[in-house]
Ligand binder design. Sequence first.
Ligand SMILES: Cc1ncc(COP(=O)(O)O)c(C=O)c1O
Length: 355
Amino acid sequence: MSRYWSDIVKQLVPYVPGEQPALAKPVKLNTNENPYAPSPRVLEAIRHELGETGESLRRYPDPVAKRLRAAVAAHHGIRAEQVFVGNGSDEVLAHAFQALLKHDKPILFPDITYSFYPTYARLYEVEYRTVPLTEPFAIRIDDYLQPNGGVIFPNPNAPTGHALPLAEIERLVAANTESVVVIDEAYVDFGAESAIALIDRYPNLLVVHTTSKSRSLAGMRVGFAFGHVDLIEALNRVKDSFNSYPLDRLAQAAATAAYEDADWLKTTSARVMASRERLTAALTALGFDVVPSAANFVFAKHPAHDAAAIAAKLREKEIFVRHFDAPRVNQHLRISIGTDAECDTLIEALKRIVA
Ligand SMILES: Cc1ncc(COP(=O)(O)O)c(C=O)c1O
């Protein structure tokens, strides 16, 4: 704390990202990254953008990411004007808090959810109320049918992996016409239904996506919002009052190529989902309770072993999983889906720990 800090900075509780260990070959199952490389077309596109000399880097990137937005719109069967692009979906979410969720009434989000939401709410002084998940860990739409300044949650939810069907999302969006509903679909490609299909009919719906999970581009920082042009304009107003060039040239080239290779997405996502079912079965056989997941991670708890202790013992073996020291979930571990070989290493280590 310093006397030079603004009052708002004194009150911030920053988000704590998962550890990025400086080890040669960690089994890294703690930040929901993809275990597979991005499409080979991504590398080609980056090389092409750089050329022989890196000449293009002299110039600023396209501030509106026109080619990228066109590719993404084509992939989803929507118009480019319905697409907003940001530096990772975290930045897109931040802009949504400031542009669309800051009103007189408190916004609503689940008590167990992505921990960046309360952080953004504090940063932008957005009042919020948390809504408890039901047992075991489901979002109940009826709980959100009450006056609010906005609603935000991930579908599938994080860190639980639980997904709601599209009809339930539509029920909320159709009823909640006085404020914006933000559906954060960071993990949607691993088995949930996207609400992008609804944006033409509901001007109060914003759907947020990322290239960090299913498209293996966490290192590039590219995220999107999809919605009515008026919502997109609000985000652009914030963006152009903050940073006109949020995406560099390589990120734009890489993400465009990733969206142009739908087959790669399909193949790698199917592999991750198959490994998730295999890992779920192996964890269950070791006595873990595993929440059924539609994401690239599982949320699991052992009835006889403390979660923090398990995470610490795994860490000694350079196996990283995520433990949240928070109410209701501090006996759970969130385990990202790795390759089958990584999952096997985890299971072998767990066998010894819970034996
Ligand atoms: C629910 C959810 N939303 C958004 C993000 C942010 O993703 P990125 O900023 O990499 O696009 C994450 C990352 O873990 C997440 O879990």
